[in-house]
Design a protein around this ligand. Structure first.
Ligand SMILES: Cc1cc2nc3c(=O)[nH]c(=O)nc-3n(C[C@H](O)[C@H](O)[C@H](O)COP(=O)(O)OP(=O)(O)OC[C@H]3O[C@@H](n4cnc5c(N)ncnc54)[C@H](O)[C@@H]3O)c2cc1C
Length: 305
């Protein structure tokens, strides 16, 4: 009933594209995931705010997705409303400060920054997520993370109210931010970069990309590192239990990078989840350590546990 109201509301308002029973595998880097009851791609912040307000009023469950490069969505899909942020694409440069929409690709912003001679985002060149997703996860690589360049974030809360946060308010840590709990929708992000040598920055970025191609199975769909790193190194623990090459259906622990699970073609979310559990169990048995997932689970009754 609530969902029907939402659907009628969206139809009447012409607030940007929306789709019913839309397969989410088309929106995730693992290429798995069942349908969203209702998938909405807002193009304007005020329209999105209105949709959020009504979803809250009618108690429609809400899920937010960026590029889907760090999520495992169940084969049953996601109930309620899924909002995807790829429509928020504006970018405003003011000297070394840049304010960009949450849907802007992090890697693309990293390239644009380098092109303008700004350093601070070089680490992000191979990270295939959106800027909004990068804030939520405090994405990072090569000893740097978004936290170091982030200054401000604009969000819409569950009621559609605009809020502004300073970086100090976000409790950013290793793949951690307050947004993992709050269900606020990030719409804009401001970064403060530093001047650098354009050639040096671009050389550094090329080296990062080379290293990724060498060490990561980029030829297969994946979600990057499945498990958070540990003092012992998650990859080393997984290798230590001999899990490289283990598979369930078409899901396989990569031979190239033990912390990646790849989809060799027709993997289901349930295959990936079963493989995650097998690896966790083996590591627990041998090392008495819990591997915590970095990827976020959606559409699982037990949150993927
Ligand atoms: C090949 C590969 C390599 C990778 N390498 C790295 C790496 O080096 N370092 C790293 O940190 N990560 C890496 N990742 C993981 C992933 O790209 C990052 O975590 C990225 O920041 C996720 O962004 P996303 O837009 O895809 O978010 P999604 O996967 O869509 O979402 C992740 C979480 O953020 C939330 N979210 C997304 N956008 C918003 C928004 N606008 N407002 C509120 N909540 C939102 C979602 O609800 C979800 O909880 C890699 C992934 C792949 C596939």
């Amino acid at each position: 009933m609530a969902l029907e109201k939402m659907l009628i509301f969206l139809r009447e308002r012409n607030y940007g594209p929306f789709y019913c029973d839309e397969p989410l595998k088309n929106y995730t880097s693992w290429r798995v995931g069942g349908p969203a009851d209702l998938l909405y791609c807002p193009q304007k912040i005020d329209e999105c705010a209105h949709v959020l307000k009504m979803a809250h009023k009618w108690k429609v469950p809400l899920t937010i997705l960026g590029e889907g490069s760090n999520v495992l969505i169940s084969d049953q899909g996601i109930k309620g409303l899924v909002i995807i942020t790829s429509g928020f694409q504006e970018i405003l440069w003011q000297g070394s400060r840049v304010t960009a929409g949450a849907g802007v690709l992090l890697a693309s912003l990293s390239r644009q920054a380098a092109q303008r001679g700004f350093d601070g985002l070089a680490f992000a060149v191979g990270i295939p997520g959106s800027l909004g997703g990068a804030v939520v996860m405090n994405a990072g690589a090569y000893g740097s993370s978004l936290k170091e360049v982030l200054t401000e974030v604009q969000t819409l809360d569950k009621r559609g109210q605009l809020k502004t946060y300073k970086v100090e308010e976000l409790s950013l840590g290793y793949r951690q931010s307050i947004f993992k709990e709050t269900q606020e929708l990030i719409v804009k992000v401001t970064l403060s970069l530093s001047w650098g040598d354009k050639t040096e920055i671009q050389t550094k970025m090329a080296a990062y990309l080379r290293e990724r191609r060498l060490k990561q199975p980029l030829e297969w769909p994946s979600a990057g590192s499945v498990f958070k790193n540990t003092a012992q190194g998650a990859g080393r623990l997984i290798e230590g239990v001999g899990a490289k090459g283990w598979s369930v259906g078409d899901a396989q622990v990569s031979e190239k990078h033990a912390n990646f699970i790849i989809n060799r073609g027709a993997a289901k979310a349930s295959d990936i989840r079963a493989l995650i559990k097998e690896v966790q169990l083996a590591v627990k048995e041998k090392y008495h350590l819990d591997l915590e997932t970095e990827v976020v689970f959606y559409g699982f009754s037990d949150n993927g546990r």
